[in-house]
Design a binder for this molecule. Structure first.
Ligand code: CS2
Length: 488
């Protein structure tokens, strides 16, 4: 068996593979990242990697809050991993060195909190997925009944949740007389900076109103728009990467050439020169965020549900079906783009580029992967757009089909009567709803619409209820593929 990728074997990597241009021993930690999954390693860690040569004080220590698998893969590799950028023309590998260490936050809470409250750490970034914010997606507020939040209020110095760690670290820094860090959410939440700030501040307030007031006054929560498609790594990917780099990497990250990061410039305690790596620093990120969530993620989820139901395994297989491609193209042009207000941005060009990215045949991005956690994703991906369309009294047929496709998928049985492995924090509720509806699409739609944390006030809108019910009936009657063909 070949050697493992690590600091020593790094010296023998073939020249065709880019390796860190800096001496890793001289890099120190400036960023603690919560939720060190594949997305972080394809995106923020890759940007930071590009600036460490001239800014060695901005290395990253990552923490996993749920599973220790990243730590298990990266510890024997001294934090090194391969970023494999793929398209129809081939694969280019880069070894990324910006992750200095990974902490298992389920075990080493004190170590993580000590680091978060050390002077050198000036940014806490997060990719903890939508559900990691312990909030109510329909309102964007902290869910005070969340078991993790209840736990963190009872045991503030041994937290479990991302907001819990952040609040405790802020309290420790304050007690030590250190300036606060900036908290930078890099998740696909609407207004991710403001939402994250609202949640952290509320938790701090519940702990101690004085701490809540301190957070409000002193801690910044710069919003970001992050974009890069990152499919889950497969064993075949591991083999291909080992072949290219000449050593084993337990967890290489596969991604596309495209990458985008827009950040609000609110870092009173300092930040790396992100703009030198192509990041766009702005005053207000929200218009960009809305564009990305609505134009990319809305159609992405729609393709995932309608594609999976029709038996398509990957996004590229789904959009290779010209009906599906036309569906999302029209959805973007006619139903989504008119809700956006971004002077100077060519939304037609943005749309065309998105479709091209979805077509990338080398990515193998599974529809099942994107279908995960729909209850957390739908509000910002489809429902906000629908609310805007209702407000302006304009049609939203395709968006409604996307919502109904999620409901159809969430029943847990596909069109061939085979089971679907539905992963979602509300999966238990879906089972109850599905059983109670007993095959009646109207009852089923009613059951899903009553999920307050997903639909909120939208559930009371008669026209919307009727529309979604009609689409769900259609999906049961003719199947996803034929339903798509009727929406072109
Ligand atoms: C995808 C996103 O899995 C999903 O839900 O829609 O992860 C998507 O690939 C990224 O947001 C692209 O930036």
């Amino acid at each position: 068996m070949a050697d493992r990728l690590n600091s020593k074997s790094l010296l023998d990597i073939p020249r065709s593979v880019a390796t860190p241009p800096y001496d890793r021993a001289s890099i120190s930690v400036g960023i603690v990242h919560l939720g060190i999954g594949a997305f972080h390693r394809a995106h923020q860690a890759a940007y930071v990697d590009q600036l460490l040569e001239d800014n060695p004080e901005w290395g990253i220590v990552g923490a996993s809050l749920r599973r220790p698998d990243t730590k298990e893969a990266l510890d024997p590799q001294d934090g090194l991993y391969t970023l494999a950028v793929r398209d129809g023309e081939g694969t280019r590998c880069t070894i990324i060195g910006s992750v200095l260490e990974v902490i298992d936050a389920t075990l080493d809470k004190e170590e993580l909190l000590d680091l978060m409250s050390s002077e050198a750490v000036r940014i806490i970034s997060l990719t903890v997925t939508e559900k990691g914010y312990c909030h109510d997606p329909a309102t964007g507020k902290l869910n005070e009944d969340h078991p993790g939040i209840i736990h963190d209020l009872e045991h503030p110095s041994a937290p479990e949740t991302a907001p819990g760690f952040i609040v405790e670290a802020i309290a420790q820094r304050r007690a030590a007389g250190l300036p606060p860090f900036a908290v930078m959410s890099c998740d696909n939440l609407p207004a991710n900076g403001r939402t994250c700030g609202r949640i952290v501040q509320r938790l701090a307030d519940l702990r101690d109103p004085d701490l809540g007031a301190y957070v409000k006054q002193h801690v910044t929560f710069p919003g970001t728009m992050v974009d890069r498609i990152v499919p889950a790594t497969t064993d075949a990917d591991r083999e291909m990467v080992a072949e290219m780099i000449g050593v084993e990497d337990a967890w290489p990250i596969m991604t596309e050439p495209f990458t985008q990061w827009v950040i609000e410039d609110r870092f009173p305690n300092g930040r790396p020169p992100f703009e030198e790596t192509g990041v766009m620093m702005v005053d207000d990120v929200e218009p960009f965020e809305l564009m990305k969530l609505r134009m990319l993620n809305g159609p992405h989820s729609t393709l995932a549900y309608l594609g999976y139901l029709a038996g398509y395994q990957t996004v590229s297989d789904t959009v290779a079906d010209s009906d599906y491609r036309t569906l999302i193209r029209k959805m973007m042009t006619e139903e989504i783009a008119p809700t956006l207000d971004l002077p100077g941005v060519d939304l037609d060009a943005y749309r065309d580029e998105l479709i091209q990215r979805f077509e990338n045949p080398a990515l193998k991005h599974r529809t099942w992967q994107i279908a995960m956690d729909g209850s957390q994703k739908l509000p910002q991906r489809l429902l906000g757009t629908i609310r805007d369309r209702i407000r302006t009294a304009e049609p939203y047929e395709r968006l409604a089909l996307g919502v109904a496709a999620w409901m159809r998928y969430a029943t847990g049985t596909d069109e061939k009567q085979d089971p679907i492995d539905v992963r979602d924090p509300l999966a238990d509720r879906f089972e109850v709803i599905t059983a109670a509806a007993d095959g009646d699409p109207a009852l089923l739609a009613g059951g899903y619409l009553a999920l307050d944390s997903v639909f909120g006030d939208l559930a009371e809108n008669e026209t919307f209820r009727d529309k979604v019910t009609e689409k769900l009936e259609l999906l049961f009657d003719v199947g996803a593929k034929a339903a798509v063909a009727r929406h072109l």
